[in-house]
Ligand binder design. Structure first.
Ligand SMILES: NC(=O)c1ccc[n+]([C@@H]2O[C@H](COP(=O)([O-])OP(=O)(O)OC[C@H]3O[C@@H](n4cnc5c(N)ncnc54)[C@H](OP(=O)(O)O)[C@@H]3O)[C@@H](O)[C@H]2O)c1
Length: 219
């Protein structure tokens, strides 16, 4: 775990039997059945904030709110280093004041466009490839009082959280079908990935839900 203060981070996503989280062209799949979708909304209600990458906003336009159970909406957060967030996406048009994590390199003009829509832009250090430094993002979220963060994807964001060792718990919904689409993790170099310890599983409708704490063998 990072030495800096950060929220407790849960990764939650749905995949097919072959580990796909989206269709072959990245199109959304609706993998979760009704019971596991309800669990997703229970998880949202149990977290202070919910985070996705800009890739997910561009392909799925998610609302990231609590609709299927009674509960409080978490604070929505988008990681978006180039401020590509469209004006008309749900997260900018629903008045929930999304937090947009971008880099110090973001132009004032782009920041103004997003803030004019009621969002709060967090300027954070950039990584070498221009992406947002997630460790710094987590420190800012902790300062803002976020103690439990739900990360719902997509693939690049899930990969980055795991590579940076910024994740504590995983809730994986597995739908009983093959897809042959976009894998849950993108991997360009070998890096040590964690495993689940003290996990539990449950069948919810037609889906299998697996949940447990992450641990790195060399930690
Ligand atoms: N089945 C599920 O549970 C589920 C859940 C969510 C999404 N999805 C699917 O996942 C797909 C989207 O995944 P994706 O990998 O394309 O997009 P993503 O993970 O949602 O967003 C990745 C983008 O975020 C930005 N970013 C900035 N800093 C980053 C960092 N430190 N680490 C990672 N990304 C950073 C980058 O774009 P910039 O360079 O522009 O900043 C990057 O390309 C969609 O097809 C969606 O349907 C599935």
């Amino acid at each position: 775990m990072s030495a800096r203060k950060r929220p407790y981070v849960t990764l939650a996503y749905a995949q097919s039997l072959d580990g796909s989280i989206a269709g072959d062209t990245g199109r959304p799949l609706g993998l979760s059945g009704p019971s596991s979708l309800q669990l997703t909304h229970e998880l949202r209600a149990a977290h202070d904030a919910i985070l996705v990458g800009i890739g997910t906003v561009l392909s799925d336009d998610p609302q990231l709110n609590v609709r299927l159970v009674t509960g409080r909406d978490p604070q929505p957060i988008v990681v978006d280093s180039r401020l590509r967030l469209p004006d008309r996406c749900h997260l900018l048009s629903n008045g929930r004041g999304a937090w947009v994590a971008t880099t110090d390199d973001a132009s004032d003009e782009a920041v103004s466009r997003i803030t004019a829509k009621g969002a709060d832009v967090l300027r954070l250090p950039a990584l070498e490839n221009g992406w947002v430094d997630l460790e710094s993002t987590m420190a800012v979220l902790a300062e803002r009082g976020t103690s439990h963060l739900l990360v719902e994807g997509g693939a690049r964001i899930l990969t980055s959280f795991l590579k940076a060792r910024l994740a504590d718990y995983v809730v994986l919904t597995m739908a009983p079908r093959f897809v042959g689409g976009v894998p849950a993790l993108v991997q360009h170099e070998l890096s040590p990935f964690p495993e689940l310890t003290s996990w539990k599983s449950e069948r919810l409708g037609e889906d299998l839900v697996l949940a447990g704490e992450l641990s790195w063998s060399d930690a």
